[in-house]
Design a protein around this ligand. Structure first.
Ligand SMILES: [Zn+2]
Length: 460
């Protein structure tokens, strides 16, 4: 049996998101484009379009029929009916003349690869098939994945300009997710034979990153992520040195989600992260209300909030609330503040699923150790991890990522005897994230995406 990479569906999801009201354009207008037209058979771009894409100012000197484009610290001087172009202080010769057509300069696209490559100037690429010139995303491009299965190793290779930035988002066996910086620019869709090492591959293309989601088969003992020059390799292997392990999994069966406790983080004198108008304690409460609606409709569960107003609450009070309610799932809502305005996205914190397939209980029995009450959430590590994966996957496919899963028991789950996680829903120090969660539509989209994850986790 041959399987096709499932990419079309994810692409459709992306388009929907891109067209949503309030959706933000990435910085530097990545994706902006202009048409290419042929002048005497030479593909050209109009000087006005070129200025727009480079964010350049134009200066026309009629006496010498020269047009100067000034962008960042650079200047590009074009002369009518002349193939020589002055770029800063050096001259390049194009394959054909810059021509003046109907009062507008037409510039051969062979100029574009010669433009300076630095952060002050957008990088332009030519797509002759589509007859467009486009602004390349800052993180570059990711190419079509190539899959080879041989000698006990399934190997997926992706060309990527920023391969060194590839990270493992989550390490579940059913969803090993690797995030590769760069916009997906793959063309043909590869096909492969699903087998006991690799069952399926899904791509989630985004504007600044591409997520590869692999479903490992039963023969895969672990995985490796290799960041090489210009490419990322993900290997699933039967054995060998340097293999990373998959997260432990819960046995198949029902997963009842009858009672959900939502814990809006912070409150009262504890504001949490505070950037401009965005205050974490208010956002967590606003999101909790919308999320409660979504979860009630989507799962039919009884949904309770640890607080419904702006008040101080200790961790012990929050834990006691959840334990008294006999919560099946606890979601502690937070928003992040991280150094660097470019860091964005969500992080799900859950107890580490380090134990064997028998779960945390088996580990405690084997070592004879008693779990201190504070760490009781460790008993639910395997399910919590599955919940974190489901929610992170949902956020990622809706374009609300990157969504990271971190396995460390968060403070917000101390004393909580239930499956749960602490979810940093977005990063308030990122201007894009802050603008998005600052609108009712943005909060609704976030809530709906989290509810999707919970619904996907539940097995009635
Ligand atoms: Zn917080």
């Amino acid at each position: 049996m041959k399987a096709r990479l499932a990419v079309a569906l994810a692409a459709a999801a992306l388009l929907t998101f891109g067209a949503a009201p309030g959706a933000l354009r990435p910085a530097a207008a990545a994706g902006a484009s202009a048409s290419v037209q042929r002048v005497n058979g030479v593909p050209c771009v109009a000087a006005n379009d070129l200025s727009r894409l480079l964010d350049a100012a134009q200066f026309w000197r009629a006496d010498v029929r020269k047009l100067v484009l000034r962008a960042g610290q650079h200047r590009v001087t074009l002369t009518a009916d002349n193939p020589f172009v002055l770029i800063d202080d050096h001259t390049v010769r194009l394959e054909a003349d810059v021509t003046s057509l109907g009062g507008q300069f037409q510039v051969p696209v062979s100029l574009l690869p010669q433009l300076p490559r630095d952060s002050s100037l957008a990088r332009l690429i030519v797509d002759l098939q589509a007859s467009r010139v486009r602004v390349a995303p800052a993180a570059g491009f990711v190419g079509t994945p190539v899959i080879r299965i041989e000698d006990g190793v399934a190997r997926l290779t992706l060309s990527a300009e920023r391969a060194d930035g590839a990270t493992v988002l989550s390490r579940g066996r059913a969803h090993l997710r690797v995030r590769v910086p760069g916009a997906f620019a793959g063309a043909a869709v590869d096909s492969f034979a699903p087998g006991p090492l690799l069952r399926a591959v899904q791509l989630v293309p985004g504007t600044d990153a591409t997520v590869v989601d692999l479903a490992a088969g039963p023969d895969a003992q672990g995985f490796r992520l290799l960041r090489e020059d210009g490419r990322v390799v993900v290997e699933l292997a039967r054995g060998g040195a340097g293999l990373e392990r998959f997260a432990a999994e819960a046995p198949a069966g029902t997963r009842v989600v009858g009672v959900i406790v939502i814990d809006p983080g912070h409150g009262g004198s504890d504001t949490g992260v505070h950037v401009d108008q965005a205050i974490e304690k208010d956002l967590t409460l606003a999101l909790a209300r919308v999320l409660a609606d979504e979860l009630t409709h989507r799962t039919g569960a009884r949904v309770l909030l640890t607080r419904t107003d702006d008040r101080d609450m200790s961790q012990q009070e929050r834990a006691e609330f959840a334990n008294r309610a006999r919560a099946d799932v606890v979601l502690s809502l937070h928003f992040d503040g991280l150094p660097g305005a470019r860091v964005r996205g969500a992080t799900a914190w859950c107890a580490p699923a380090l134990y064997s397939e028998g779960g945390a209980g088996a580990h405690a029995a084997a070592t004879g150790a008693l779990t201190p009450w504070r760490d009781v959430a460790m008993h639910h590590a395997v399910d919590s991890r599955a919940l974190a994966d489901a929610i992170a996957g949902s956020l990622e496919t809706r374009g609300l990522g990157p969504a990271r899963v971190r396995e460390r028991l968060p403070v917000a789950l101390l004393g909580v005897n239930a499956t749960g996680l602490s979810l940093e829903c977005a990063t308030l120090t990122s201007p894009e994230d802050r603008a998005r969660v600052g609108t009712p539509e943005g909060l609704r989209e976030l809530a709906s995406s989290i509810a999707d994850g919970v619904a996907g986790y539940a097995r009635p």
